[in-house]
Design a protein around this ligand. Structure first.
Ligand code: SAM
Ligand code: SF4
Length: 326
């Protein structure tokens, strides 16, 4: 076994796989409204290539969890075929989706072996939804959450990015929605990976602010976080749990165990990394399993200590979140 351990001793067991760079939404904090240049189909890893990499990393490099992401993973044709291949590995498999097609796809995804779902939703207000995603799909996403729960996905988590001046007044409505639908709501701090470059620290609704607002409406207590990036809390009245992912104000870089595979086969050791290793070249050039594992291990080894948002030497990566997978 080759452990994916970096020079700071962090062991990497969580693999994020972008299955496509394409998306049926154009969320303003993630993707420009126009002008995205999509990858050629031939440049995107095939299911066979993804399976080979995933199998190697699970069976020979200690990867324990895989999350499928995108772009929007559900726009990749035949996704349940890939899920079936990955579900056969000894791994905790999950997916992050915008939820817009779950009414149609949830049963096939579940039947293929997917058990856990994260659904991204940033507002419960129809006009804001159109403004944020540039699509009029709120009702479909809400229906998708219900279908995901009814289909037996467990847990279903709803992730909301909070941005000052846009949706910071929705903390309580989101928690009420989560309690009534039986899903775990997690608030995510806005990160400087928006395609328009409009991020500023003033627009981040912070962990402290979020908890202050929650405390005015609900009694809650912390739950052990484990390896989750989210600080987790349970309502003391038994109404379930919620979380906050404070990537900006309380970075969890010290315990980060993630690596990312982009749709075109780049391994990136951090959302904010400025370089990568190209596995597609290796895969299509006849590289051995040992060569591939060594390339991934080398990329992990080079990982830096932390993302340095807010410090003078912080540089944004040239890719937007939709190309990195979140
Ligand atoms: N399309 C899928 C979705 O929306 O869930 C998967 C890909 S999306 C890039 C993954 C996650 O990244 C989503 O939860 C989205 O809200 C989050 N995200 C995108 N841009 C972000 C930003 N600038 N800051 C924080 N989270 C962001
Ligand atoms: Fe698409 Fe997800 Fe980015 Fe929205 S956040 S544009 S749904 S990839």
């Amino acid at each position: 076994m080759t452990e994916l351990v970096d020079r700071f001793g962090r062991i990497h067991t969580d693999l994020r796989i972008s299955v496509t760079d394409r998306c049926n939404f154009r969320c303003q904090y993630c993707m420009p409204s126009e002008g995205m240049i999509w990858l050629d189909r031939s440049d995107v890893l095939t299911f066979e290539e993804i399976e080979r990499l995933a199998r190697l990393l699970v069976e020979r490099a200690g990867v324990e969890s895989i999350r499928l992401t995108g772009g929007e993973p559900t726009v990749r044709a035949g996704l349940p075929v890939l899920i079936e291949k990955l579900a056969a590995l000894d791994v905790d498999l999950s997916m992050t989706t915008n939820g817009a097609t779950l009414v149609r796809h949830a049963p096939d995804l579940r039947a293929a072996g997917l058990r856990r779902l994260n659904i991204s939703l940033d507002t419960l207000d129809p006009d804001r939804f159109v403004q944020l995603t540039r699509r009029n799909e709120l009702e479909r996403v809400l229906a998708g959450i219900d279908v995901a729960v009814a289909t037996g996905f467990d847990p279903v988590k709803v992730n909301a990015v909070l941005m000052r001046g846009i949706n910071e007044d929705e903390v309580v409505p989101f928690l009420e929605m989560g309690r009534s639908k039986g899903v775990i709501v997690r608030f995510i701090e806005f990160m400087p990976l928006d395609a328009q470059g409009e991020w500023s620290s003033e627009r981040v609704v912070t962990y402290d602010e979020i908890l202050t607002t929650v405390a005015q409406h609900f009694d809650f207590e912390p739950i052990s976080r484990g390896s989750s990036p989210a600080e987790r809390f349970r309502y003391t009245d038994g109404g379930g749990e919620f979380g906050v992912i404070a990537s900006v104000t309380e970075p969890f870089c010290d315990s980060c165990d993630r690596i990312r595979l982009t749709a075109e086969g780049q391994i990136r050791n951090c959302l904010f990394s400025l370089d990568h290793v190209d596995l597609r070249v290796l895969l299509r050039g006849g590289a051995s399993d040992d060569d591939i594992i060594a390339a991934v291990a080398g990329e992990v080894d080079r990982k830096w200590a932390g993302h340095a948002i807010g410090q003078v030497h912080f540089l944004r990566p040239s890719k937007s979140m939709s190309q990195l997978g979140g």
